[in-house]
Ligand binder design. Structure first.
Ligand SMILES: [Zn+2]
Length: 207
């Protein structure tokens, strides 16, 4: 498919720049660089679990994913991450750390640079589904439903792997030894089934 210069409208021609074959304008300095898009994913911790949303839109409609999305041109990535949590799971969050930065290769679309953060709720209330979600759930990190995106599986693997082993053992031991007889049942329930909150209305398309 032919592409054209955004400045003068000339048909672009192949040129080699810095060892890379690119489409460039024969009349001026316009180059059609294929830059990656920047996207975020957020692991929001709630009660020892993480928040996932079941998608109301393509791609991956009906599957679960982490809250997150594209970074706008005028946003810092952390602002975009917090905004997406407000939009997708109706939650104010405090980002607590950077989990990692990933290249997400795509065919037929720009590849992405994914930035994954860990976060906790900062406002009152429980997560609930935003416009792009059918429902939200809180899942144990080792008992996740099928996720829509390979990149989110990678983030969750990294998240589970980098939790300090001592901290994890202490946490689960503390739970197991808790005097409340219902705490074990609550853990088991969280592990097998999320506490789901259905969407109140039809989703509306937003970015
Ligand atoms: Zn041109």
């Amino acid at each position: 498919m032919s592409h054209y210069c955004v400045h003068c409208g000339s048909e672009l021609v192949l040129r080699v720049i810095e060892g890379r074959e690119v489409e460039a304008c024969p009349n001026d300095d316009f180059v059609l660089w294929h830059d990656p898009k920047v996207t975020t994913a957020v692991v929001v911790e709630v009660d020892g679990g993480v928040v996932l949303g079941r998608r109301a839109i393509e791609p991956g409609r009906g599957l679960w994913c982490l809250p997150g999305g594209f970074v706008n041109d005028d946003e810092d990535p952390w602002e975009a991450a917090a905004r997406e949590c407000a939009e997708e799971i109706n939650s104010a969050v405090e980002l607590t750390r950077l989990i990692g930065v990933y290249h997400i290769p795509k065919r037929g679309a720009p590849s992405m640079v994914g930035i994954a953060y860990q976060a906790r709720l900062s406002g009152g209330g429980r997560p609930s589904p935003g416009a792009e979600m059918l429902e939200v759930g809180i899942f144990a990190p080792d008992s996740l439903p099928p996720l829509a995106f390979p990149s989110h599986r990678k983030v969750m693997a990294e998240y589970a792997g980098v939790l300090p082993p001592a901290g994890r053992a202490t946490k689960s031991r503390a739970r197991a030894e808790a005097a409340e007889p219902r705490s074990g049942a609550a853990m088991a329930q969280r592990g097998s089934r999320p506490s789901r909150v259905p969407a109140p209305s039809r989703p509306r398309r937003t970015r």
